[in-house]
Each structure stands twice: as C-alpha cells, then as structure tokens.
Design a protein around this ligand. Structure first.
Ligand SMILES: C[S@@+](CC[C@H](N)C(=O)[O-])C[C@H]1O[C@@H](n2cnc3c(N)ncnc32)[C@H](O)[C@@H]1O
Length: 192
C-alpha cells in the first residue's frame, strides 16, 4: 500500500487521457518510441501499446508498475519497458512522444526545472509532449507540488509549438472524492 493505492483503485476503469488522444490524433508518422512519465497503472501506456508504440513506462511506485504489467495483454508486452524511478533521479533517452498525465506536478519544485530541461532535450524535433501542469490557484499549491504562473509557463513553452492549451479552473473533487479547487493547464506541445 502506498499513498497512491486508493487513487489507483478509484481510477482503475479509466480510459486514456484526452491530452494523449489529442496528441495521437495529430501524430502523422508511424508509431514510434514513447515514454509515459508517472504512468500510474497505465491507462495511457495501454493505449500507446495498442496503437503500436514502443513504451517506457515510469513511476515512483513499484505497485503501479506491477498492476500495469498485469493488465497488459501478452501480445503487447514485448513493446513495454518499465522503470521504477522518481522524476528527481530519472535519466531519459530520446522519444517521439512524451506523455505525462497529471504527474509532473508531483516532481519536487526544486527539481522541476531540471526535469523540464530533460524532457525538452529528450523529445525529438517534431515530437510531442502531452500532459498537465498545475496553476498557482490550485488548492495543492501550498502542499509541496510544482505549480506554474503565467510567466513561468510562457518560459517553459519556449522551444515548443503549442498545439493545444486549455486552462481549467473549478471547484471539484479529487479522484478519491475529496473536495479540491483545480487549476489545470492541459497541454499538447510539439518540439520545434
Ligand atoms: C495522479 S497520478 C497519475 C497517474 C496516471 N498518469 C494517470 O493519468 O492516471 C500521479 C502518478 O505520479 C507518480 N509520482 C508521484 N510523484 C512522483 C515522482 N516524484 N516521480 C515519479 N513519479 C511520481 C505517482 O506514483 C502516480 O502514479
């Protein structure tokens, strides 16, 4: 059991994230190499595998990777690679698609600039980044997660073409039903 066990149970039936589906709809080449950062139990990894991608799935929780392995059909397993690693120590290769659904905010704020620079360097020219960042009005902003203000986001987007940016702000709930104010930047970016 980890802090994420209840989240994994609550989201077990979830399909791929809209940001990934949006990115895939814009991808014109053959399926390539992808990394799914903070993959959880693999809702997006599974979609990538089903569409023929080679996927490195990474997460800080071993439990998530075990569940992911269990849900991937044997025929797709040969294109799945998993790595049990935290963002703060992760080493990346080069990818056509970097997916990071609701995961990057959990990188320690002091390390986030390094992680973003690594992601930028790891994404091939023309490659995609799909995922979310949290804004400063998110109610987790004072709980040690990484949030970005408008100027910081603009700086992060240098070197990327913005294919999709939807800013969402609302009172809602977490996946496990706790009240929360959400301030989310949903992003699909193309490396220039
Ligand atoms: C909100 S979940 C998102 C999981 C999945 N991508 C999804 O869309 O449902 C965040 C994931 O990030 C992982 N995570 C949290 N902190 C992390 C860190 N410092 N390094 C790597 N992964 C981390 C958690 O274990 C969890 O699986």
């Amino acid at each position: 059991m980890s802090d994420w066990t209840a989240y994994y149970a609550a989201t077990a039936g979830g399909g791929p994230r809209d940001t990934l589906l949006h990115g895939l709809s814009l991808w014109q080449g053959a399926p390539g190499a992808a990394v799914d950062l903070g993959c959880g139990t693999g809702r997006d990894t599974l979609e990538l595998l089903e569409r023929g991608w080679e996927v490195l799935a990474t997460d800080a929780e071993a439990e998530a990777l075990v569940e992911l392995r269990q849900r991937v059909p044997a025929a797709l397993g040969c294109r799945l690679h998993t790595r049990h690693a935290r963002f703060e120590t992760l080493v990346l290769d080069r990818y056509d698609l970097v997916n990071a659904s609701f995961s990057l905010p959990f990188c320690a704020p002091a390390h986030f600039p390094t992680l973003w620079a690594q992601i930028t360097a790891a994404t091939r020219q023309g490659g995609l980044l799909c995922g979310q960042l949290l804004g400063t009005r998110d109610s987790w902003a004072n709980r040690g997660v990484t949030v970005v203000d408008a100027a910081e986001l603009a700086e992060l987007l240098r070197g990327w073409e913005v294919l999709h940016h939807r800013e969402e702000e609302e009172d809602g709930h977490t996946a496990v039903g706790k009240p929360k104010h959400w301030h989310i930047h949903h992003l699909v970016l193309r490396r220039q």
